[in-house]
Design a protein around this ligand. Sequence first.
Ligand SMILES: Cc1ncc(COP(=O)(O)O)c(C=O)c1O
Length: 418
Amino acid sequence: MSADKNETRADPRLDAILKEEMARQRFKLEMIASENFVSPQVLRIAASVFTNKYAEGYPGKRYYGGCEYADELESLTQHRARKLFAAEHANVQPHCGSSANMAAYLALINPGDLILGMNLAHGGHLTHGAPASFSGRFFKGAYYGVREDSELIDYDQVDRLAEELKPRLIITGASSYPRIIDFERFRRAADRAGAFLVVDMAHFAGLVAAGLYPSPVPVSDIVTSTTHKTLRGPRGGLILSRKAHARAVDEAVFPGTQGGPLLHIVAAKAQALQEALEPDFIDYQRQILKNTARLASHLLDAGYRLVSGGTDTHLVLVDLRPKNITGQAAETALDKAGITANKNVIPFDKARFQVTSGLRLGTAALTTRGLIETDIDQVADFVVSALRRVDDEAALKKISDMVKVFLERFPLYPDLDF
Ligand SMILES: Cc1ncc(COP(=O)(O)O)c(C=O)c1O
């Protein structure tokens, strides 16, 4: 691109990378539980001219000129978020889930205060007080986990820790917890401790939107989310809150933790939120649950143990120990077989974080491609066959060839080059 002329010039290296990524997404089974495929409209809007616009501040209170359409856009997006989740206040500016959580803490508590969050090794998220993240460095972290017998959240432990430690804030929501969380129980624990309650619904926001998972909104001070997982929007974050916290939340996002919003992404969020308000979004989320249940039942039939025995959501957490495979070996083998997934710690895992004994599998992305239960039968067969032959390169290659043929029935972005 020349300095004086904003002309487009072919960049073969970059084009090739984008084309390869397009092919990877098209021809592999996407089973990472935190991923999805946005609609062509969301994709188009995410690449819109709003990427050019600065709009620090909020509708009607900007630090830049030329924000009349930015204001209209952001107000519309906020309105859709409030409507979808029946929330009193929505901030649609967080760049991602982590920044949404950072802003939630800044809105409610002070540096050095104690956060009670879910143990990362039991399914929590780094930003819930883990020492490696800002959340465990700027704040103090204490952790609850799951019970060893049921692998369900140990609510008695939550009560005990809340009473003993008197945290300023309790956060729940998780990255690899396949069950419904009892938000009311968390609310009671928070009330007894005089703590704020934040729920990070990043993983299951789409299910909440569809009414298939209890909404944390009525009982939480703040609800944070990503917009790109089951909600099927662009990569980004979202904060919902009670009116009483609206000002603190907005100030915590800007100027507290971010500069100008990514308006092209805010616009794509508006599109995704509208899609989530349509009745067929409920059918989509229902199908995710059916597909995950079907996958779970195949894995159990094949002799795998599932953490907590099954799932209520879009994901399963597979304990690979009965098969003597590590999470790392499973992830690598599946990738060779054309299946993208991630190794994952399981509760009370003895393996190192980089290796793990578990595998997290989700169906949100495959369901977007149109797969239904009978297709999941085939997918489960691919997964089980690959895990049976983790060291057999030829067999894995053969599965990946079959995956490619199988996925031809489910075209992804057929009108796009990349
Ligand atoms: C529960 C939860 N919260 C927050 C995040 C962070 O989101 P992001 O990667 O957009 O910062 C994740 C990401 O996986 C998550 O699972």
